[in-house]
Design a protein around this ligand. Structure first.
Ligand SMILES: [Zn+2]
Length: 160
């Protein structure tokens, strides 16, 4: 999704993009070759009609944003998974005072999450691929680039 100024705002689900188009809030800039309906192509890049002021430099802490930050990769075994196969894992378990924060939440597959259980990585003998960090609007753009690497039609909006 692009702002009215063509600045990339975020990566959104196709369903949400379609809702924004139907409501007339956004317009299609690039479409996929696939059709969702007769005469309706799956949107690839949409742009907001009205400029939206981005609320803050700090991205909201959400399951989706954690999964995007971690590239849908389990931070213990390094496997790539679907969103539905990943869980949010507290590095320092809540039982040991671990917070629900960017720096303490990572994507983990069910097997790794179950294996680690209520232990720290050291206690479980499991190593994190990398130290989790807070995501800001700057890293968010870097993440969109990373996610969009294989998307031909996103490229010109992400690299300028
Ligand atoms: Zn795993």
């Amino acid at each position: 999704m692009l702002n009215a100024s063509y600045e990339p705002v975020n990566i959104t689900r196709a369903r949400r993009a379609l809702v924004l188009l139907i409501k007339g809030v956004a317009v299609v800039e690039e479409a996929h070759d696939r059709f969702v309906h007769i005469g309706l192509q799956l949107p690839c890049v949409i742009r907001l009609r009205q400029y939206r002021r981005l609320p803050s430099r700090i991205q909201t802490l959400s399951r989706k944003n954690i999964l995007i930050r971690d590239g849908y990769i389990c931070q213990y075994c390094g496997g790539k998974f679907l969103s539905s196969e990943l869980e949010l894992e507290h590095v320092i378990p809540r039982a040991q005072g671990g917070q629900s924060a960017w720096e303490n939440l990572v994507a983990a597959c069910r097997d790794c999450n179950a294996r680690k259980a209520d232990r720290t990585p050291a206690e479980a003998g499991m190593k994190l691929l990398r130290q989790p960090r807070r995501v800001t609007i700057h890293t968010s753009r870097a993440l969109m680039r990373q996610t969009g690497i294989g998307e031909e039609k996103w490229r010109k909006y992400l690299y300028y």
